[in-house]
Design a protein around this ligand. Structure first.
Ligand code: SAH
Length: 223
């Protein structure tokens, strides 16, 4: 277990990170406040402490990564989170993104397909007392979380080969899904809205690079 210590140095580095993300185009002050408030170094191995506030992805074990802060901010901005929104996140990973959604007072349901990552995060979520509004699940995100549907928003944080139909089914009418969809070289960020009459429309945003969204659960232990 690592010692959680959020020093003035960390806070200073976070401030600089927020400036960088703002310069890259993120405008939502609530999202920027979440990045400013959440100690990202808690979500990384302590050897990476010095680098935790660089705007880049890092390995978290099992071949997975904690997303780049800019990407987290970008996806969160697209989600237009409101307090008490019921949000499903596919790809818990480090749970940093889940913490950002938790900070915005959403009711967060986050699902991970790798058993080791899921168990580790559920047992050692560093901000558990600060964000009791986050619940952890082990499962295949292609299937969503039917027992808890419908959701106000769904966020996919892995590269999806296509838009899984169960996720559309689990959205409330008028709700939307933010998902990076594979297009050869990278993934196109899409926001897909399910209208009250059941029809679907999509908005297109920038290109990103995520680790792949894989089908089925993986049953390996990390520790
Ligand atoms: N949101 C994470 C990003 C993690 S990277 C963070 O803030 O750190 C993407 C994660 O998605 C990985 O942990 C990977 O194991 C997971 N993943 C990939 N395919 C999945 C699926 N079908 N269902 C659930 N999780 C999946």
């Amino acid at each position: 277990m690592r010692i959680l210590n959020d020093t003035a140095l960390h806070k200073g580095m976070r401030k600089k990170l927020v400036d960088i993300i703002r310069q890259k185009g993120i405008r939502d002050e609530k999202v920027l406040d979440a990045i400013l408030s959440i100690p990202r170094h808690y979500f990384l191995d302590s050897v990476l402490d010095k680098y935790a506030y660089e705007d880049r992805a890092f390995p978290i074990g099992e071949g997975q990564t904690i997303s780049q802060p800019y990407t987290v901010a970008y996806q969160t901005e697209l989600l237009q989170v409101k307090p008490f929104d019921k949000i499903l996140e596919i790809g818990t990973g480090s749970a940093y993104q889940a913490a950002v959604l938790g900070h915005l007072q959403a009711k967060v349901y986050t699902i991970e397909r790798q058993k080791g990552l899921f168990e580790y995060r559920k047992a050692h979520f560093p901000l558990a007392s600060r964000y009791p509004n986050i619940k952890f699940f082990y499962g295949d995100g292609f299937l969503g979380l039917p027992a808890y549907m419908p959701f106000d928003k769904i966020l996919v944080t892995a590269a999806a080969p296509f838009v899984p139909q169960p996720l559309l089914n689990q959205l409330k009418p008028g709700a939307f899904l933010v998902i990076p969809v594979d297009e050869g070289e990278g993934q196109r960020m899409k926001r897909i809205t399910k209208h009250a009459d059941g029809s679907i429309s999509e908005e297109l945003f920038d290109y990103f690079r995520f680790v792949p969204m894989l089908e089925g659960k993986q049953n390996g232990n990390m520790y």
